[in-house]
Design a protein around this ligand. Sequence first.
Ligand SMILES: [Zn+2]
Ligand SMILES: [Zn+2]
Length: 120
Amino acid sequence: MATNTRFKFPCPVCAGIREVRLTKKDKPYITCDPCGIQVFVRGPAGIAEFNRLIEQGERDGLPARIREMERRYRLTCPKCGFKFWIERRLIKTSGFDGSLKGFLCPSNSCGALVSWEEKE
Ligand SMILES: [Zn+2]
Ligand SMILES: [Zn+2]
């Protein structure tokens, strides 16, 4: 049960443009079939930020949105402080529903799970 919206948003991993859908509880998410992930935006702050990014993309066009993505899609590992770009090979998804849980820190022997959604 999902509602399609007229908005589009880039996949955080491959940057392919995907349709934004809403769950039954009106929480936005995107599904990327090539990557095999679903990215849910949880929490009021995350949803507000997500909507702001979408509105900005509508106004400024895709290049601005891609620049914004690049800023957002660089993570810092909370355990070892290593900074990295998120990559498909680092994806950690839930075995239960395939939703995105986070990204594995690529730093040697760290392997911490770094959340994308909570990196504000
Ligand atoms: Zn993707
Ligand atoms: Zn780390």
